[in-house]
Design a protein around this ligand. Sequence first.
Ligand code: ARG
Ligand code: ZN
Length: 859
Amino acid sequence: MTSSNKEPQKIYLKDYTPPTYRVDDIYLDIKVFNDHATVSSVLNMSREHDGKLVLLGRELELLNISINDKVLTADDYALDDESLTIHNAPDTAKVAIDVKITPQTNTALEGLYQSGTGDELMFVTQCEPEGFRKITFFPDRPDVLTEYTTRVEADKRFPVLLANGNLIEKGDVGDDRHFAVWHDPTKKPSYLFACVVADLAVMSDHYTTIEGREVLLEIYAVPADIDKCHVAMTALKDAMAWDEEHYGRAYDLDRYMIVATGQFNMGAMENKGLNIFNTSCVLSSPKTTTDERSFHVKAVIAHEYFHNWTGNRITCRDWFQLCLKEGFTVFRDQSFSSSHRSPAVQRIDDVGFLKAHQFKEDAGVLAHPVRPDSFVEINNFYTVTVYEKGAEIVRMIATLLGKDKFRQGTDEYFARYDGQAVTIEDFLSAMSVGDGRVLDFLAWYTQAGTPVLTGGFDVAGDSVKLTFSQQTRHVAGFDEPKALPIPIDVAIFHGESGELLAQELLLLTKDSDMFGFDGLDLGGVRPVVSVLRNFSAPVKLEFDYTDEDLVKIVQFENEGFNQWQAVQTLVGRLLFGKSDNVALLTDTLKRIVPTLMHKDPMLTARLFDMPSESELAVAYDKDYNPQAVKATRTALKEQIAHALADHVQVWYDSLPIVPYEDTPDARGVRLLRNVLFNLALTAKLDMTERTERQYTNATCMSEQLGALGAMIEFGLPNADDYTAQFYEEYHDNDLVIDSWFSVQAGADSRDVAFIKALMERADYDWQTPNRVRTTLGGLASKPTQLWTKDGISLYLSAVARLDVINPVLASRSLSALARWYTLSGDDKEMVKAELIALQQKASSKNVLEFLNNMLGDKA
Ligand code: ARG
Ligand code: ZN
């Protein structure tokens, strides 16, 4: 191990320089053989700026290189592990290069790699962010856009040969081999390149765009899974129509292909005209997929489709601008999802995710701005901050502008920058055409940390005076935080009748400010003030509500999100000892559930949410004691369950199992049934028979897995039998077996030794990220097990193993440990020693950057 490996090189946004050469077009010829592949490329390059001609390449065996048909010798260029520099390159250069690669041994799942084995063996690519350089030498950066023609050749045992764009030729080459040539007319950056060599079945459909273009839609999956592509296909057509209606954006090629692969580091990838998807984000059937997962499939299909405009046609100038495409696209997919179910529930889920994961990231040593200004390994910045907080910023802008001005801004953005690689400043400049205040949102992109918004109100006669102030912690290594523009949606209700007296979107732009509401008909009673409605800004709210105010918000609000938030705030007060009035909470639930459960069953289910143990950990910057947090949480959960015991079984029984339907209400009922079930078991009611009945009569995976999960979690008598039976039934379905692993690994009743045994099974495949995530995710969801000597050793031994085979997965797994230093005393020292031991043996820059940041000034 060299010392330079230990201190990987940092790249800074401020050092950005435009590319010296542009690439006018590229011809690629990719030939896949049994144990290797060859890639021949011809790049037509033209000088744009002074400087060297540098091509990036990694793990490539250079076979030949010529410029303008003159073969180069070793004296004509310099080659190292990362790049190829051509000396004295002419201003116009036809660069022809042959390289050899070995996708068969590429376990990192970046570049061209083999996925699956046997019948399911296929070759796929993942180029974002820097995988293209593992296929051939190229200026592999997002601001070099070019036109691709790709020839793919392989053995005929792989009938499917795909690349981006339109198929222009195919044929035989003898020796039982064949080829296909694809041409993509749109200029694109190399990270959007894709090709596939496989033996897959296809589901086809058509869509006619609003501009009259006939588009062939194809989803490719292994034959056994092809019938599980209907949900994705419908979602794709819905997404295409939605983008036309809401953003005026139509699809631009004659073909849109999606390929499902079992081994994939992330959810999916938006390659131009040829999306590649993790099977977990495309396959769905009622029998094998839970409602939650199936809804996620639709969201990811939409997300990748929306990238065609926000990402592909307008792309990022450099990787610091990743949020330009991801934040905006997440906002777009959230809005799409919100038209497929109760918008309040959509918002609750999105905010719940943000608080559980992004707030945690922002509160720890891995905190970074939505647009970072430096990085070692860009793969480490595909974070919840870039994605989810990035989406919240676009949402704030949309809220501030209102529907028409927001559309005016996005129209301007698409018109101005189509075909270009741009920055956040460009985005804000286009979005601000109707309202200059948008420009001030730049600070949200450049400043790390979650702002704390503190507020309260005074009443005088018929006036209400609201005061707010904001504060963001100073994140080490960054400038002093400054005040951000914070949109605060406020409603004021009459304190007794609940009549809505005022509603307004306030914009706090200073450290603190005051906002007056006059002439309200308060009738001499304390009004109910409901703030930050629909979570109008991604902040931690500390508003001086009384417990009674919160109960009235639940009663009076017409906005489902703030009803949920009020219940959550009550729960939080009980958890943190700021209130002990459990009855106030349970009485409220008893009052609203019976009617709400028939109106919006999913919202009803969400009202029973309790922050998870790891979410509660965010409240501690030191002396975090996982056991104590768990004890408090369990005690409250039990108190609530006991107080509701007489009702839950009745509520459960009023929701009988009915034939399967994929509607918001049916999904809501299934979720509510599982929630009530857990509540009843927490109250120690005898649910054994009901659980078994639900398992046996299940019409779909949500019901079956809901029952199995409860049996395992609460250690019901037949849990082991049903666990074995479940495995038997689904042993040949990898995604269902992933759930089987997850539900056990995440159960309180299963300890670290049990998880370790799961990881030693023959069907635990280290090459398949989905499988690896089941156990690591399960362990990470149980802080009382994770933060023990055995838990940490198991977790870090897995990371060490992944460091060698799949660095992207390895470092992503580490983020669950980012707040290790908040533990108290001995625990903290124990974890620190383990992290340092890993730091000494780790080799990938992905893992080293993470560990260096995690240990940094805390070490
Ligand atoms: N752009 C993809 C998305 O839709 C994410 C791909 C990132 N892949 C990776 N290996 N970092 O969000
Ligand atoms: Zn994306």
